[in-house]
Each structure stands twice: as C-alpha cells, then as structure tokens.
Design a protein around this ligand. Structure first.
Ligand code: BES
Ligand code: MN
Ligand code: ZN
Length: 497
C-alpha cells in the first residue's frame, strides 16, 4: 500500500521530523529559516563548502542528525534565483523536497520560505501539490516489498508558513486537482485484465459521489445510435464496449458546456493487423486519454468548479479474433460517413469519430478537446516533452499553449490542411482509416476533424507524454496523468465566469 500522506499547515515553530528548507544561490536563506538554523552555528556553511553546495536550482545538501537542532535530518534544497521562478517551478521544488525525505521518515517539516521570505498561500499549496505528485507510487500488485524502501503507512507533512489558514484553503482546491492526477495515473497503470471497458466504466461511475452525472451506454444503445466505427473496433473482444458520459453542472443553467473526449482503448493489440510483440504490454495504457478525462472531471467536481463540463470516453478493447473486423471492411459512423478500414491498428480515430460526433450533436458544446494516445508518429515528431496539438481555432490553441507553459504540460501546435485531408480519401468509402506513413499524426487528426463540423476543437495526441515518459521531479510512475493539470488550468483561467 502506498503511504497515506497527511498535510498540515503550521507556523514556523519548532520543526517536527525531517526538516527541509530552501535557499537561494550563495546560501541565501529567508529570515524564519535563518532563525531556525541559528543554533547550528556555522555547521551549514561548513557542510555546504565540503559538498560544493551553493544553492543552485535543484541541488540539495543533506546533514544527518545536526547537533544543536532536534531533528533527525536537515535537508537544504537550492532554488537558484527566486526572481526567476514560475508557479510550475514551485510545484517542482515541492517534488524535490518530498524526494529528499527518506522513506524511513514518518514526519517531515518543510519550511515554505525562499530567500526573500515566507511564500504566499497559493505558493505554499503549489509546494504541497508537488510533494503529493512526487510521493505517488503504484504498487498494488507487489505482494513482497523491500522493507527498507517502504514508507511508513502514515506520513505527516508539515508545511511551515505565515498564513496557515489560507494556505490550507488553497490546498483544498489543489488537493482536488492532485486527486484527479492520481486517479488518472492509477487507471493508466492498471493492467488490461483488470481494467477492461466495463470495469473502467464502473470506476468512472464512482464520480457520482462528487455530484457528477454518469451515464453508461452499452453495445445495444450504441448500435441504436449507429456507432459503427466504435463498435467495429470492439467486436473482436470478449469484453463489451462502453461509452461513458459524465456531466458536471457547476456553472449557470443553460450555458453551453465545455467538452472533453477521451480515447479509451483498454488494450490495443492492433487487432487483425497485429502489433509486434516487443513492448506490446505498453498498450494497456492506450486508454490514457480517457483516464485524463475522468481525472479532470474528478478535479472539477471535487473543487466545485463554476463550469458546465461534459466528459465522454469511448471504451473498447482491440483484439484479433474470428469476430474481429478485417482490413477492407467498411463501417458506417453515427454521422453517416463511411470509413474503409485499411489497418485495424489505426483504431483510436474510429472510436473518437463516433464519440466526437455524439458529443457535438447532443451537447452543442462551446468547444471540444479530445485526448488520445493516437499515433507513434507523434512520438517520432515531438519526442516525449510536448504533446501534439491539432486545432481549428486560434484562440483555443493559444489558450492551451499558455496553460501548458504555466503548469509544465506543454503542447506544440501541428498543421492541418486540405492537402493532408486528401490523403485519407478512399476508393470505396468516404475515407480510409490510414493515410500512409508520412505525416501519420496529421492524417489521423484530419480524420477526427471530419467529425467535428464547425465547433472549436483541439485534438491532443498524448502518445509520447502520457506513459513511459521521462521521470520528473513530480512523477516517478510509468503513467504521468498528463493533461489533467493542463485542462484544469484552461478551465479555471477562461471558462469559470
Ligand atoms: N495506440 C497506438 C499508438 C501508440 C503507439 C501509442 C505507441 C503509444 C505508443 C495506435 O492505436 C496505433 O497503433 N497507431 C498506429 C497507426 C498506424 C497503424 C496508421 C501507429 O502509430 O503506428
Ligand atoms: Mn492501434
Ligand atoms: Zn491505439
């Protein structure tokens, strides 16, 4: 079991447990920190010299059992130059601080102060957010644990600050977001024998506890609606496909909702166009777009966001089977348009084609943003640092870009255009589901665009960022929960008035 973290917000009094403090370059400490360390004489200065520690951003200094201070360990975390810090850096320092708390410790105190003095309430909460995300582990299926790597079942984190009451209030909001990220990570980390469409739908239904309205459409309901593209993908699996619609109405009555749509391929074997064996296990994470949507809806509901939001996730399993769809098959989508299947491994766009059309038609949303681990080609293009963004609306694109910079979940805009669109015209149907190797991420996006009409829309291809991406100071898990904080910030900044 992952350790339960308890967050306390206190004043700068006597620290409890491992003490973490911050300093700027040239060992510049804030006033409360200086006071707390005054009993140590020049111990910190000598230890710093011995370690060549100067306070550079991200560096740290450990002093075990410092005599003169009643703590088991003192950790100094360097922050570089305070004037250059953004909110996402403060979240990162929260992660670094948590990473320096030894796994044996049952309590720690983090001094929420930089060189110029105590942090503001929202910055204290940013530190706590970073600590929470850093501490996440997924060890549900480890029955044997290395005792010395295991945290105590309860860990107390005390954030010393001058504004404990307001920090605690902001944290309640941030904790809602952290829980959303954690939920998304858990869903992506779960194996596909556990998390198949019905089980995923059951977990999404858990959001009803927060006041989210949840509907689950089964195969019969989707057949009635004519969702031949989504259903074609799932027809080779013993697990029934599902479409889950979540609604949070925190805004004014009658105001058009914002809408988020997720690719939820619980396992992508490729189907009849089966994938090679190497790394196929990663395809349990092919539902990361759907996981993000569920995590986001959790965050919005848990902090009672003043917005009307719809989340929709298409849940299927893509398997080879006697009943599976074949290359050459032609399916009819809910929109009426037909698609020729060239490669059964290009399945995510088929699921999204029906989900996007359904949401657009039923809810007339202000905008639609879909998330999908859609193509390997986007990883070739952008690596794992940026998600690909395809967008038919400059304002929405700019807002997403800025929100991404602010929280550190960045998107890079990619092109759309009639020349690319032509590449998916089909000899036999209205379109085909692949456009060849060149520009593979773009032709996938072009197919989606054929199902959104004039509604402002963005497609985020998160194949590189959602899982197996480089570990960071705030994520040590395979699944990153990418997108929850980005979209949460977008809503908070622009759609809550
Ligand atoms: N789920 C994959 C894309 C993917 C690949 C995500 C690697 C994460 C890591 C998607 O369904 C897929 O198979 N795409 C194919 C499309 C091709 C057949 C046109 C791809 O990218 O190769
Ligand atoms: Mn595929
Ligand atoms: Zn896929």
């Amino acid at each position: 079991m992952a350790a339960a973290l308890k967050f306390n917000f206190t004043s700068f009094t006597r620290p409890h447990g491992v003490l973490v403090v911050f300093c700027e370059e040239n060992l510049k400490f804030g006033p409360a920190t200086q006071r707390a360390l005054s009993s140590l004489g020049d111990l910190v200065r000598r230890a710093a010299a011995a370690d060549r520690f100067t306070g550079k951003s991200g560096s740290s200094l450990d002093i075990v059992a410092p005599s003169g201070l009643n703590v088991p360990r003192l950790v100094v975390v360097g922050i570089g130059k305070e004037s250059e810090l953004k909110s996402r850096d403060i979240v990162k320092f929260g992660g670094i601080a948590m990473g320096k708390v030894p796994t044996a410790a049952a309590s720690a105190t983090i001094f929420a102060e930089f060189g110029s003095g105590p942090l503001k309430a929202n910055q204290v909460a940013d530190l706590a957010l970073g600590a929470r995300l850093r501490a996440y582990t997924f060890d549900l299926y480890k029955t044997k644990r290395k005792e010395d790597e295991e945290r105590p079942s309860k860990v107390e984190l005390n954030f010393a600050c001058t504004n404990a009451a307001s920090a605690e209030k902001v944290w309640a909001q941030q904790a809602a977001i952290a829980d959303g990220v954690v939920l998304a990570r858990d869903l992506v980390n779960e194996p596909a024998n556990v998390l198949y469409p019905a089980e995923f739908a059951r977990r999404a239904s858990g959001l009803s506890k927060l006041g989210v309205g949840v509907e689950v459409l089964d195969v019969a309901a989707m057949r009635k609606l004519g969702m031949g593209a989504l259903l074609g993908v799932g027809q080779g699996s013993v697990h029934e496909s599902k479409l889950v619609v979540m609604r949070w109405n925190g805004g004014k009555r009658g105001v058009d909702p914002v809408a988020f749509i997720g690719k939820g391929v619980c396992f992508d074997s490729g189907g009849i166009s089966i994938k090679p064996a190497a790394n196929m296990e990663d395809m349990k994470g092919d539902m990361a777009g759907a996981a993000c949507v569920v995590g986001l809806m959790h965050a919005l509901a848990a902090r009672k966001a003043k917005v009307n939001a719809v989340g929709a996730i298409g849940l299927v399993e893509n398997m080879p089977d006697g009943k599976a769809q074949r290359p050459g098959d032609i399916v009819k989508t809910m929109s009426g348009q037909t698609i020729e299947i060239i490669n059964t491994d290009a399945e995510g766009r088929l699921v999204l084609a029906d989900a996007l059309h359904y949401v657009n038609k039923r809810f007339k949303p202000k905008f639609m943003i879909n998330l999908a681990t859609l193509t390997g080609a986007i990883i070739v293009a952008l690596g794992q640092e940026y998600a690909g963004m395809f967008c038919n609306d400059d304002k929405l694109a700019e807002r997403l870009t800025k929100a991404g910079e602010a929280v550190g979940e960045r998107v890079w805009r990619m092109p759309l255009g009639p020349e690319y669109d032509k590449m998916i015209d089909s000899k036999f149907a209205d379109m085909k589901n692949t456009g060849g190797r060149w520009g593979g991420a773009i032709t996938a996006a072009q197919l989606l665009q054929r199902f959104v009409n004039k509604t402002p829309w963005a497609h985020l291809d998160i194949a590189g960022t959602a899982m197996g991406s480089p570990q960071t100071d705030i994520n040590k898990s395979w699944a990153s929960g990418w997108g929850v904080r980005l979209l949460e910030r977008l809503v908070e900044e622009h759609y809550e008035r």
